[in-house]
Design a protein around this ligand. Sequence first.
Ligand code: ATP
Ligand code: MN
Length: 538
Amino acid sequence: MSFKEVRPAQDSLERYGIKNADAKWNLSPSDLEKITLEKGLGELADSGALAIDTGKFKGRSPQDRFIVKDEITQDAVWWGNINIPFEPNHYSSLKGKVGEYLSGKEIYVRDVYACADDRYRLKIRVITELPWSNIFANNMFLRPSEEELKDFEPDWVVLNAPGFEADPAVDHTRQGNFAILNFSDQMAVVGGTGYTGEIKKGIFSALNFILPHQKNVLSMHCSANVGQDGDTALFFGLSGTGKTTLSADPQRKLIGDDEHGWTADDVIFNFEGGCYAKVIDLSEEKEPDIFRAVKPGALLENIVFKNGSKEVDYHDSSLTENTRVSYPIEHIDNIQVPSNGKNPKNVFFLTCDAYGVLPPISKLTPGQAAFHFISGYTAKVAGTEEGITEPQVAFSACFGAPFMPLHPTRYADMLSEKMQSSNVNVWLVNTGWSGGAYGVGNRMKLKYTRAMITAALEGKLDDVEYRTHEVFGLAMPTTCPNVPEEILFPRNTWEDKDKYDQTANNLAKKFLANFEKFADYASEEIMAGAPKVSEKVG
Ligand code: ATP
Ligand code: MN
């Protein structure tokens, strides 16, 4: 097969320790698709999307994410079990091995950008062992023009070698797989895992250091869209809370679905050039924009076909709950070009509360906003394991602790300041359970969550009456267009009111216990935004 390559003037890979490789530079996605099919590494779905299996890893592995501790990072990074330090000399030898591993192989090189605001553009070279990982890089990052590729010289380089296994005893990793960031070298080295999200989140983690620490830009784990009047909305939330789903709104232009910056002059810009959506239980009826984005060019991960066909069975979670699709943002109809917004007006904190305690929508004071941002609460449900009915509480600072190299309060301070100077409304939206905890109640209907967000965005919740939640102190609207009133107060939806009060109290205690590690930061204003455990309820 002969393919059209676009090579930059300086095309040596030896500087990354890769020798005599058969490197294919900047192939078109359709050529990469042909190679993937030819090598038997993927199959075409009837939608025309390419389906691949990411191998042993079907999700990120946060315990194997390291940052090299060097002059740049040692005093700046918040070290601990999230940002795990790695010795520079151990890094050098491991990187050398990865380079050797890729040497002599057919590999794929792709030059891309991150950051839609030109002032902060990062040039990235992604070198992948597998052809479909290279399609992922093309889908997810910003795509340079052919002219721009000709004199491309990267700022950062990602080495991606799923087939390389580290030896923990020698290489100082935890196990065979690893993702290591090095800020002096400006490289992310990923081995032993084919999960594509490691590429995307590696660069995201780098930007979460570079932008706030060196460029005075707040970086955020959120989606963003813009309304007809040019008002921008942000949707923060941990995995599975609804960032991608809720930002795809036919009435508003999508800026991006996962990673954004907020500049000193109040521009909101997307880091990426594509979306990475969960497809478990995807249906055209509930999520039409995402469903229709699964077409030629899209890359499906870890899905299963219906018996004997090439039709995706979106309900099948036998390989993983975390089935995914990546696609260039142009696969969504209504997008903002370039991916920048101005005039931030509304910020939503999405949480999937499996206890059914938090109201489906409530309005936050600045103190509550800071408290909830630092807390980063959501719940994970052990839905796939037999007999497990108890949800697992998860607190992840800034709604994205695994990707935040700096101390959470650094991001929180910047966000508080920006939210107050732009005078934004801050809403807490529970996309999780209602009518009882997981096992008793049900997940909030997507159409109601959408209606609540629309109402907030259109100012329809500005002049309604509010009631205060007894434990969490949150202001809950008493009416909302297109939403049944009885679901607006969670206590109403529970048959057993005592049980609700108890569950709410227990959750409040968990919030407070989690916040203890931020005691130094607990100003009066922020603690006024914390829940109050009631003495009356056991
Ligand atoms: P990630 O950070 O992993 O990309 P995300 O925040 O983008 O996660 P989504 O991909 O939007 O999360 O996933 C939300 C999932 O929850 C979707 O599968 C969606 O269909 C489902 N869902 C069910 N009910 C709701 C609801 N009320 N609001 C939002 N999402 C809901
Ligand atoms: Mn998402």
